[in-house]
Ligand binder design. Sequence first.
Ligand SMILES: NS(=O)(=O)N[C@@H](CCC(=O)O)C(=O)O
Ligand SMILES: [Zn+2]
Length: 323
Amino acid sequence: DFPSGYTGYHNYAEMTAELNQTVTDHPNLVRLSSLGNSYQGRALPALKISNNPAVDQAKPEVLFTCNQHAREHLTVEMCLHIIKRFTDGYATNSAIKALVDSREIWVVPSVNPDGAEYDIAAGTLRGWRKNRQPNSTSTGTDPNRNWGYQWGCCGGSSGTGSSETYRGPSAFSAPETQRVRDFVNSRVVGGVQQIKAHIDWHTYSELILWPYGYTYNDTATGLNADQANAFGTLGRQMAALNGYTPQQSSDLYITDGSVNDWMWATHKIWSYTFEMYPKSGTGLNGFYPRDTQIATQVARNNTAVDLFLGYADCVPRVIGQTC
Ligand SMILES: NS(=O)(=O)N[C@@H](CCC(=O)O)C(=O)O
Ligand SMILES: [Zn+2]
């Protein structure tokens, strides 16, 4: 479990309990399901938030995914905070109510529960990043190099099993990326992808990133100048609200097989990565802010998340276009 100074973070059992409590507290606003199981057999919970969650309504859908990377535990807290804010706030906050009434919001608080549990299993903080799937020489695939668009194309991942950015033996070789892929694919209804926008939460460095990660070019196959402009404009507007630094993913470093590139290229989902607090750190300690930092750093993203949800029905509106 989390050591002292970090007990405010949710382990897998506590995360699951929190989700179950949300269902108890807000039965008319949420529906809890599982995307399937991780490599080691842990359910991957997904919570749907809407004003009629048992019904698939013709409303734009938004997806938030957290904890692809095991040690980035602050992102689990971020997803749980989003859930809390849009359920507890529904009855009293008209802006929250308007967003929940006009969208269907999906939250996946931990994509990589096996890695997250392994990271804390010894009562210490191991600095583990990947999932816990064995490979030919070692253990662990980096889920965020395992997605099936431009997988392994461009030097943005590793083919060495022990590497922190091991891409896996093939695209979607990790059960966890398969399950999220299958869920997103299942949201194509009548030939139309219902999910319009997505944020994948990471730590750390305080950045807002957008596709593509596999190339330094601002435009490339499937991403034209207008779309790049819309990505950047919304990215910069959100960064102005949370104080993160906005940039195209590849401006940070080249990544191939990342979730953002797959979401955009395969489904035209406006997909961002938010790298949370801290801005900088020495080695591993950047991944482990004390639990006293959680409340401030999750709330810091409230207005950016609201702006994001506001544009989610038609992100090009941010540059004056219509959908
Ligand atoms: N959270 S992190 O691993 O330090 N950075 C992310 C950045 C993701 C991206 O550039 O798209 C990654 O390398 O997967
Ligand atoms: Zn990460």
